[in-house]
Write a protein that binds this ligand. Structure first.
Ligand SMILES: Nc1nc2c(c(=O)[nH]1)N[C@@H](CN(C=O)c1ccc(C(=O)N[C@@H](CCC(=O)O)C(=O)O)cc1)CN2
Length: 299
């Protein structure tokens, strides 16, 4: 059996098109334009690329993009003053600070400073708590993207056995909560799990978010399972000065011979992160204005 390869680029383009449609309808009916503020501290090259892409895609769907570039040595108080200003600005419906930040700043404190209603990364303790207790939350973008792909692939997820590998606040924990909310039987696994292969062999759904290149082997996958690979691991370059190959947490070549469907790396989950950021910004705008939730774009 050769798995269906889930095309994350096409999926993300479809999500962005649906966001754009609903943004246009919101403007026409209510005169409201969603606004996303992105804060970049320092000059990390990868972060610059992501922030540029976020700005471009925000404008493409018809939203306002507000970009702030702060020097790497910006004092904490200055960053917080900016966040406070954005929290109070009615034109801004979503705020995020691009991570990683320089070491004198605390990601946890930055997240806590952003209003929970505008926390479109869904990383605050308030949003994590709301998700865990079944309340309306802003949901972290990468797991939201994984959930959208899983629902599209499997339909109703009720009763399916799902294994999440990794327990990060950004992906693993919210992913587990989302799958539980969709009535999966969820097994959370991590570096101390005794027999990971055995847990994965029982799973209809595998979400790998562990950050170890090609750790999940093909013969661990249950035939027909849906495999979502969140890993983005850069291998050492084969030649000097070159760029190493990007691989996921799953041995893709072997797993695709067994799985029913699988996401590639690159071109799988990655593009969904920014698409879901736009979906979350639209959701935050709807909630701020007492409008119904956007269709098909929330958890
Ligand atoms: N505040 C946040 N910071 C960071 C997040 C985040 O969600 N919120 N995630 C990452 C960076 N990121 C978005 O910000 C991001 C990473 C990767 C991709 C992506 O499309 N990747 C491509 C491959 C790109 C390559 O070749 O290098 C893919 O997987 O196909 C999009 C967004 C850290 N910081």
């Amino acid at each position: 059996m050769t798995a269906k390869i889930i095309d994350g680029k096409a999926f993300a383009a479809d999500v962005r098109a649906r966001v754009a449609e609903q943004v246009a309808a919101m403007k026409a009916a209510h005169g409201i334009t969603p606004g996303l503020a992105v804060v970049l501290v320092g000059e990390d090259p990868a972060s610059q690329v992501y922030v540029r892409s976020k700005g471009e895609k925000t404008r493409e769907v018809g939203m306002n993009s507000f970009e702030y570039k702060l020097p790497a040595d910006v004092p904490e108080a200055e960053l917080y003053a900016l966040i406070d200003k954005l929290n109070a600005d009615p034109q801004v419906h979503g705020i995020l600070c691009q991570f990683p930040v320089p070491p004198h700043l605390s990601e946890r404190d930055i997240i806590a400073r952003i209003s929970a209603e505008k926390d479109v990364d869904g990383l605050s303790v308030i949003n994590a708590g709301r998700l865990a207790t079944g309340q309306k939350a802003m949901v972290s973008c990468t797991p939201l993207g994984c959930l959208m792909m899983l629902r599209d692939e499997r339909g109703d997820l009720s009763g399916l056995d799902a294994v999440v590998i990794g327990r990060s606040n950004l992906v693993g924990k919210p992913m587990g909560q989302l799958l539980l909310r969709d009535n999966c039987t969820v097994t959370m696994t991590h570096s101390r799990t005794r027999d990971l292969a055995e847990a994965i062999r029982r799973a209809d759904i595998v979400v790998a978010a562990v950050g170890v290149p090609e750790m999940v082997k093909g013969d661990w996958i249950k035939p027909g399972a849906t495999v979502i690979d969140v890993g983005m691991n850069r291998l050492p370059p084969e030649e000097e000065g070159g760029k190493g190959r990007l691989v996921g947490d799953v041995d893709f070549a072997a797993a695709k011979e067994v799985a029913g469907a699988i996401t590639p790396v690159p071109g799988g989950v990655g593009p969904m992160t920014i698409a879901c950021l736009l979906a979350n910004t639209l959701t935050a705008t709807c909630r701020a204005n007492g409008l119904p939730e956007p269709e098909g774009l929330t958890a």
